[in-house]
Design a binder for this molecule. Structure first.
Ligand code: GLU
Length: 276
């Protein structure tokens, strides 16, 4: 597969831990083996959780581990207009609606089935008429925007995507329901930003942990709506602790900084992750 482009896309919400180091090494190797390019993207949209000092530490840890990315780092917070344009396109297609519900409202909708990201939105605000929506917005009620999945699928028809490991998949966005495409605080969402950036950066192979496998179902719908070519995917295993649990992000024994402080070398860390 010549010409492949992969990326590592950490959110700077904490120090780099072994799980993310594995993801970075995996993406770099996939690119290098194919003579392709490996990009670094900092997913720092969520200003409530992301910190510049975490980004600085991540870049330092990657360099310490001997990981070299191609081209400049793309920082999502510097490209909000790209996501706004995507949102406008979705508005133009009539597949989004304002949602005034708080997180508490959604959690209290006890009948809602649970999806990969928590309760599936019960559709409360989808049923509001235009006059009510306008009145609430005019009265200054905070709102997010959600994807009207049924309308979206009426436009896209059935979709699929391919995982290099798991093979061809039928997209199952109904697992997520009407996802938020623009959060009330940041005006966009992870799912929108990730598909827009992967396309703008020319990423052809998305490698990431299998915890994001299900997210691809809904990201595929956004790609179809936005006219973006779907990349191939390779969802890889997660690094677990001795008890078989996902690594706690801040446990010093799992962070690269913590391992470095105990005298581990980059070669030892790479070897322990299977990248000797
Ligand atoms: N920023 C996401 C994370 O740190 C990864 C997103 C992706 O690879 O699509 O979990």
């Amino acid at each position: 597969m010549a010409g492949i482009v992969t990326r590592f896309a950490p959110s700077p919400t904490g120090p780099l831990h072994l799980g993310s180091a594995f993801a970075a090494l995996f993406a770099e190797r996939a690119a290098r083996e194919a003579g392709g390019m490996f990009l670094l993207r900092i997913e720092d949209l969520d200003f409530t959780r992301c910190r510049p000092e975490h980004e600085a530490a991540i870049l330092e840890d990657l360099a310490w581990l001997g990981i070299a990315w191609d081209g400049p780092v793309r920082r999502q917070s510097e490209h909000l207009s790209d996501f706004a344009q995507a949102l406008e396109r979705l508005h133009g297609q009539g597949v989004v609606y304002p949602c005034f519900c708080t997180r508490g409202d959604v959690l209290r909708a006890a009948t809602a089935p649970h999806g990969p990201e928590g309760p599936v939105y019960p559709g409360t605000c989808r049923h509001l008429d235009a006059a009510t929506r306008e009145a609430r917005i005019a009265a200054g009620h905070g709102h997010a925007f959600r994807l009207d999945l049924a309308r979206a699928l009426a436009l896209t028809g059935p979709l699929g995507w391919t995982d290099r490991d798991a093979g061809p998949q039928t997209a199952r966005p109904e697992l997520f329901g009407d996802i938020v495409v623009a959060r009330r605080d940041i005006g966009t969402s992870y799912h929108v930003a990730v598909v827009v950036d992967d396309a703008l950066q020319g990423v052809t192979l998305v490698t990431r942990g299998e915890d994001l496998f299900a997210a691809t179902h809904v990201q595929r719908v956004l790609q179809a709506l936005l006219g973006l070519a779907p990349p191939a995917y390779h969802h890889h295993r997660l690094i677990l602790d001795d008890a078989g649990q996902r690594l706690a992000k801040r446990a010093p024994s799992a962070t690269l900084g913590g391992l470095r402080a105990t005298g581990q070398t980059p070669a030892q860390v790479r070897a322990c992750l299977g990248f000797a």
